[in-house]
Design a protein around this ligand. Structure first.
Ligand code: 6R9
Length: 666
């Protein structure tokens, strides 16, 4: 847990001229009713989607914690995002405005605008190709390793149209990470690109894929989208270029959207947890789409004339839910961009807001902190006054970051919140809801649970925690959008999320509820760290270190970082025969980057001869972390430690002594 800023529970900031302004009391009253009758409540929202067949049962809870929402119902996510719009006046409305990274005279060289008809046509053509050339259909998994180009949502929607699952791997992950995910998901085909633009450089995605496929068994075919005209090697019988494959496909190719069961899987997305390999979170169709529909309305207040921009990468859950399925289902016009928000200049992001007249802006604390550092002159260069609503996601938002964006883009008048949710929850769980009822804002808070969501902060024994006291965040009732399971590992699903507290989903976060009932999520209570909002498991980083011949044992902890929120530092015990050196440090950093990907850059490697452990041989991470940030381990009666006060103290003294020694003679 790295949050170390002062927050004020008493603050109340009200956005100006908001028709949905509400008091906390009113909201809580409404919320209580929604939770009490949560089945009927969600059923009403599900009824606003287009179903091929209506459900038999709102919630099949015969086998908890494996819930089936809208059991017996049939629908298709691609139909919801496309077919139902092209039947209406929305058909010529722009769905996606995409801009590439390369710039000329401060303007993007390439901008693509796809209307709903364009998107419909492309998705149908791609689905036709996948079906007829590769036999993709129900029961298959399509792997996708693509940069932020329109083909990424197109392939996701095409797979969904065929009733196949897809599995997207973030393009900042390594060959090993791709191989691990493709093997677990048993993907039969992998979609990639020749390259990706990022910060002025071309990332060679295809050669990363080639390396990954040396370690995969199930992937038999690769489709390569041309993005950067990068020279790539193509393997005969396995690889095909997207352009070639699409050549003969008629412009009006049509593929009937498969009627899939509400409770069937839409996708699997891997995410880091406390221990072990990344877990494949499987999301359903009916529940997931219902939650996205609800949150697009309540949280984003999406209206037909809006231009919406979520800055996330589609490789993470935020992009799945709030770039692909949520906004497209609502028929929104959205912005999608390739590259970085601060390249080639600090003002890229603000220029995007101005260029397309963005009204609804979904961003992250890491991005905001970077802009603060860059200076407010960059945002002042642009007219961002079109923005009427903002939210942040990915990590706790520090009050400074909140105030800065609220002032410089929000004109201290627009609703601005910090939406708490996770890969597992499928969509937003705790948030301000300006599209429904807007309660006052407080810099740094997440607000209140959205209607229908029964979130709570509990103590170690599972009892509701007192106001203003730190505890664990749990969700009590099942909700639409929750995972079906961990892919191929239902036992682990039960164990990780439903064993710590009876009848509640354990989120793995620390949180506080203030006296008004607002939630303040403080950070992870487990061994997950959030680096620039990207979720990484310390276990994965430690396993990566173990790949180096010099490493006997290691402990990775997250330490606070001004921009990225947290950043990993490794404590390493070397094997006999190896000596600490700057070269070895660099090699170890490189090993981790190669094994996990550029998202995983160690800030530092600290060589030690011993790591503090509890009697049950668990590394005392809190102690390691305290040493790493040069602070005493603090409160020794916290919830998470098995060690005694004495043990913690002596472990701390020993480890800091080692660190001192190490500093003196590197
Ligand atoms: C959507 C997403 C989930 C973890 C979660 C928590 C942290 C996300 C937050 C937040 C405080 C917010 N988190 N949003 N913490 N305030 N608004 O980020 O999913 O990558 O699975 O990460 O991120 O710690 O448990 P995911």
């Amino acid at each position: 847990m790295t949050v170390d800023w002062s927050i004020s529970f008493d603050e109340k900031i009200m956005p100006k001229d908001l028709p949905n302004a509400a008091t906390v009391e009113d909201y809580i009253k409404f919320h209580k009713t929604s939770v009490k009758g949560y089945r009927e409540f969600w059923a009403k929202l599900a009824g606003e989607l287009d179903w091929f067949r209506k459900w038999d049962k709102v919630l099949d809870d015969s086998n908890p914690p494996f819930y089936k929402w809208f059991a017996g119902g049939e629908l298709n996510a691609s139909y919801l995002c496309l077919d139902r719009h092209v039947k209406t006046e929305r058909k010529n409305k722009v769905a996606i405005i995409w801009e590439g990274e390369p710039m000329e005279n401060g303007k993007p060289k390439e901008v693509r605008k796809l209307t709903y008809s364009d998107l419909y046509r492309e998705v149908n053509r791609v689905a036709y190709m996948l079906k007829n050339k590769y036999g993709v259909g129900k029961g298959d998994v399509v792997g996708i390793y693509l940069p932020m180009i329109p083909e990424l949502p197109i392939f996701m929607l095409a797979a969904a149209r065929l009733g196949a699952m897809f599995c997207v791997v973030f393009s900042g992950f390594s060959a090993d990470a791709i191989a691990e995910r493709m093997n677990d998901a048993e993907a039969k085909i992998l979609i990639t690109a020749d390259g990706a633009w990022r910060g002025g450089k071309v990332l060679d995605l295809k050669s990363i894929v080639d390396q990954a496929l040396e370690k995969t068994k199930t992937v038999k075919s690769v489709v390569v989208v041309n993005r950067t005209n990068n020279k790539v090697s193509m393997k005969g019988g396995r690889d095909g270029t997207f352009e070639e494959l699409m050549k003969g496909i008629p412009a009006n190719a049509h593929v009937e959207p498969e009627r899939v069961k509400s409770e069937s899987p839409l996708y699997v997305l891997y995410t880091s947890g406390t221990t072990g390999k990344p877990k494949g979170q499987v999301h359903d169709v009916g529940g997931y789409m219902t939650l996205l529909h609800a949150t697009m309305k309540w949280v984003f207040d999406i209206k037909d004339q809006d231009v919406y921009w979520c800055m996330a990468d589609i490789g993470w859950v935020t992009g799945h839910s709030y770039i692909v399925f949520g906004p497209l289902m609502e028929g929104a016009t959205e912005v999608m961009y390739e590259g970085l928000p601060v390249f080639p200049e600090q003002n890229r992001w603000a220029s995007i807001i101005e260029r397309y007249g963005v009204n609804i802006f979904y961003t992250s604390p890491t991005a905001i902190r970077g802009w603060i550092k860059g200076g407010e002159q960059w945002v002042k260069m642009h007219d961002t006054s079109t923005v009427r609503l903002m939210h942040s996601v990915g990590e706790p938002i520090n009050p400074e970051a909140f105030r800065w964006l609220f002032k410089h883009v929000g004109r201290e008048t627009v609703p601005f919140g910090s939406t708490w949710w996770m890969t597992e929850t499928g969509g937003i769980m705790i948030s301000h809801t300006p599209g429904l009822m807007m309660v006052p804002m407080k810099a740094g808070t997440n607000g209140l649970p959205i209607p229908g969501i029964d979130a709570e902060v509990v103590d170690e024994s599972g009892k509701p925690q007192k106001a203003s006291e730190r505890g664990f965040l749990v969700i009590r009732n099942p909700w639409p959008g929750m995972p079906l399971t961990i892919f191929k590992d239902p036992d682990r699903y039960k164990e990780v999320y439903f064993s710590k507290f009876p009848n509640a989903f354990y989120a793995g976060d620390y949180a506080v509820r203030d006296p008004d009932g607002y939630f303040w999520v403080l950070g992870r209570a487990d061994e997950v760290i959030k680096v620039a909002g990207h979720r990484l498991g310390t276990y994965e980083l430690e396993s990566a270190l173990m790949q180096h011949k010099s490493v006997a044992e290691s402990a990775v902890v997250g330490v606070p970082d001004d921009i990225k929120g947290e950043i990993p530092v490794a404590f390493v015990i070397l094997r006999q025969g190896f000596k600490p050196s700057e070269e070895l440090k660099a090699e170890l950093k490189d090993t981790v980057r190669k094994a996990v990907g550029p998202v995983a850059s160690l800030k530092d490697v600290i060589f030690v001869s011993k790591l503090p452990k509890t009697r049950s041989a668990k590394i005392m991470r809190r102690v390691v972390k305290a040493v790493a940030i040069g602070k005493p381990p603090g409160d020794t009666t916290t919830l998470d430690d098995e060690a005694s006060v004495e043990e913690v103290k002596s472990a701390y003294a020993q480890l800091s002594g080692e660190l001192e020694k190490g500093r003196k003679k590197p």
